[in-house]
Ligand binder design. Structure first.
Ligand code: C5P
Length: 204
């Protein structure tokens, strides 16, 4: 059973994927962490984010077992991730890791931007989450405020719109629903309601 959950930044796909994976006792991969790890390493080494050769080299060394969600969760790293994610060599280097994870016996849950279109086009269930940019910005702003990060709602909204635009317009593996994905608009849903909706899609 392979389940893919794609969607834009702060659409709730990560939380949903974790809950779906726990419910069905399947392993879960947040594929965004891979791009974040590459972005973070580029920032740490003060490398320009459009240095395709360096980013591809770093991507080839990524180890799933060493990804640290906490260290990679910041918005600066998210922005860097979206910059390196346009580089074909980076995507190629990360492809096999993700496909191997998806193909493990028993199945897996993957979330990201292209898990239903590129990583696991034959997945058994595909969900594509949407939510208005304003609602996503509100959620993200609340989350950041909870962590004590001082940033305005307008700044968060502008960042989300910029990331959406970059993720949707890149030529390689752009953010878009697979033709056989079920769309789930979480704008008016809290996480529990979104989870129940997702469960009914998976069970269908
Ligand atoms: O989902 P998250 O915010 O962690 O993703 C960070 C960035 O990584 C995204 O904005 C996107 O550019 C990139 N990404 C991707 N393909 C994926 C997952 C994430 O290009 N499957």
């Amino acid at each position: 059973m392979i389940i893919t959950i794609d969607g834009p930044a702060a659409s709730g796909k990560g939380t949903l994927a974790r809950r779906i994976a726990a419910h069905f006792k399947l392993p879960h991969l947040d594929t965004g962490l891979l791009y974040r790890a590459v972005g973070e390493a580029m920032l740490a080494q003060s490398l320009p984010l459009d240095d395709a050769a360096a980013a591809s080299r770093i991507a080839a060394l990524i180890d799933l077992a060493k990804l640290d969600r906490k260290r990679l969760s910041g918005d600066q790293v998210g922005e860097a991730a979206s910059r390196v994610a346009v580089i074909p060599g980076v995507r190629a280097a990360l492809l096999k890791l993700q496909q191997d994870f998806a193909r493990q016996p028993g199945g897996a849950v993957l979330d990201g931007r292209d898990t239903g279109t590129v990583i696991a086009p034959n997945a058994d269930r595909k969900l594509f989450l949407t939510a208005s940019a304003e609602v996503r910005a509100e959620r993200r702003h609340r989350e950041l405020a909870g962590q004590g990060v001082v940033v305005t709602y307008e700044q968060v909204l502008a960042d989300i719109k910029k990331r959406d635009e970059r993720d949707q317009s890149r030529p390689l593996a752009p953010l878009k629903p697979a033709p056989d994905a079920v769309l789930l608009d979480t704008t008016g849903l809290d996480i529990e309601a979104a989870f129940q909706e997702a469960l009914s899609v998976v069970r269908r």
